[in-house]
Design a protein around this ligand. Structure first.
Ligand code: NAP
Length: 437
């Protein structure tokens, strides 16, 4: 049997501790699958005295993950610290420089420094595996990098943040407010004490940036993503969406357009009957549309110790199965130096249907003014619904417009015009409608 694969784990928190546990509990099965043992020989975290509920056997302890990356007797360095700078970046770099394979779950790091790190890995002839960085336990990186070879991707989109999907699912199912659902998510450990990163879409954006690079062969451009979170989604939007046959999801969408690649993260209306609309709670899903295969939807657990460890262990097992001299595939599906510069599409020209919810003064002429603004912007309407605003709406009503396919620029022009007309009593809500089967 080949020599054991020696693994060093930096970070023994939710994911790191689960990885150590799975490698120990499944040692015999992994040895059968990989043709060699996988042994944790080194570990690093901040607090050595903390009881992590795991048996680390004879693994050597390092206070400093960079020293572990440089000096430990390891073949694979597993980074599970997190963050796009500081210790995580420095130790991954040090491990690659030292010619060690790296496995990471760190989307923030890859979204910012992925291409530079891929160049080092490829120069050194080592693997940089990151399955767990996007959609946790769902094997989407492997699918895009390996199983879809030869396919051209036209669009990739998905529910990439379990916290947001949990909040939107409960808002719809139980009629609760955004704030109530967020509090519950925090109590249950689905949301951080500071939830900004999740609910404002940044976490989804990091994952989307990685998928975009894999899908379109472009450099990662995490800063060029249109970003809108879910914090201003109200019960009124959820109810109106339901009445119109839609459900609201926070989607990350990347697609090829005539003007470049469009990357956007925002609340989106998807048809209630579509497969992606059936993805509830903390579950994640990724849809990939290609020229050869058609549409593929992968769904499953996107976070949590075990689900994420499953992806990390899969990446380690791939390294255990590879042999010296074996030509490793490039990190982002093509050699890092051959990734094309990212060409951003003009977001304001995004084409699709739109949901527009307006709160307006209940007076003569308002309806006609709205219709005129839509016509002036060349927008044709699929439906228009008015609601009286209940007891506090003595002189207010809600108008909901659903447009046929139009552009972002046209919608902005119409909404800006309506705002100028002085008929609106509140900020208009505009939500894109996404085509989904
Ligand atoms: N949690 C999930 O569901 C999930 C899902 C997908 C991807 N990820 C990614 O997985 C990574 C780890 O997440 P996590 O949830 O496991 O984080 P976590 O529970 O906060 O654990 C972080 C670990 O890193 C250690 N650490 C922090 N700074 C360090 C330093 N300077 N040197 C050495 N060790 C250091 C901590 O040590 P102490 O324990 O001693 O404090 C802790 O063990 C992140 O990149 C995250 O984005 C997580």
């Amino acid at each position: 049997m080949a020599e054991a694969l020696r693994v060093g784990i930096a970070g023994l928190g939710t994911v790191g501790a689960s990885v150590a546990r799975v490698l120990r509990d499944k040692a015999a099965e992994l040895t059968r699958q990989c043709g060699r043992e996988i042994v944790v020989t080194a570990v690093s975290a901040r607090d050595r005295s903390r009881d992590r509920g795991i048996d680390l056997g004879g693994a050597q302890w390092f206070d400093d993950p960079i020293a572990m990356a440089e000096k430990a007797d390891i073949d694979v360095f597993v980074e599970l610290i997190g963050g796009n700078e500081g210790a995580a970046r420095a130790c991954v770099r040090a491990a690659l420089d030292a010619g060690r394979h790296v496995v990471t779950a760190n989307k923030a790091l890859l979204a910012k420094h992925g291409v530079a790190l891929a160049e080092i890995a490829e120069k050194k002839g080592v693997l940089l595996n990151y399955e767990a960085a996007v959609a946790g336990g769902i094997p989407v990186i492997k699918t895009m990098r390996e199983a879809l070879a030869g396919n051209s991707v036209n669009r990739v989109f998905g529910i990439l943040n379990g916290t947001c999907n949990y909040i939107l699912t409960r808002m719809e199912a139980e009629g609760l407010s955004f704030e109530e659902c967020l509090k519950d998510a925090q109590r249950l450990g689905y949301a951080e004490a500071d939830p900004t990163f999740d609910i404002e879409g940044n976490d989804t954006a990091h994952k989307l940036a990685i998928l975009t690079s894999l899908a379109f062969g472009t450099e990662i451009a995490a800063d060029d993503i249109y970003l809108e979170g879910i914090s201003n989604i109200s019960q009124a939007d959820i109810r109106a969406a339901g009445e119109l046959g839609y459900r609201i999801k926070l989607l990350g969408v990347a697609q090829r357009t005539e003007t470049g690649i469009e990357q956007r993260v925002h609340p989106t209306m998807v048809p209630t009957a579509s497969v992606i609309a059936q993805v509830h709670g903390v579950t994640n899903a990724v849809a990939i549309e290609t020229d050869i295969l058609g549409e593929l939807l992968l769904s499953g657990p996107g976070a949590g110790g075990n689900a994420t460890a499953s992806a990390v262990v899969g990446d380690i097992a791939d390294i255990a199965k590879s042999r010296p001299g074996f030509q490793h595939g490039p990190v982002f599906g093509r050699p890092a130096k051959e990734l094309k510069p990212y060409k951003k599409a003009q977001m304001r020209s995004h084409a699709g249907g739109y949901f527009i919810r307006l709160t307006v003064h209940d007076r003569i002429g308002v309806f006609a003014a709205i219709a005129k603004r839509m016509a002036d912007a060349d927008i044709s309407l699929e439906s228009i619904v008015q609601h009286a605003n209940g007891s506090n709406g003595v002189d207010q009503k809600t108008v909901i417009l659903v447009t046929h396919e139009t552009t972002e620029a046209a919608v902005r022009k119409a909404v800006d015009g309506m705002t100028k007309d002085g008929h609106l009593t509140d900020k208009p809500q505009v939500i894109r409608i996404e085509r989904a089967d």
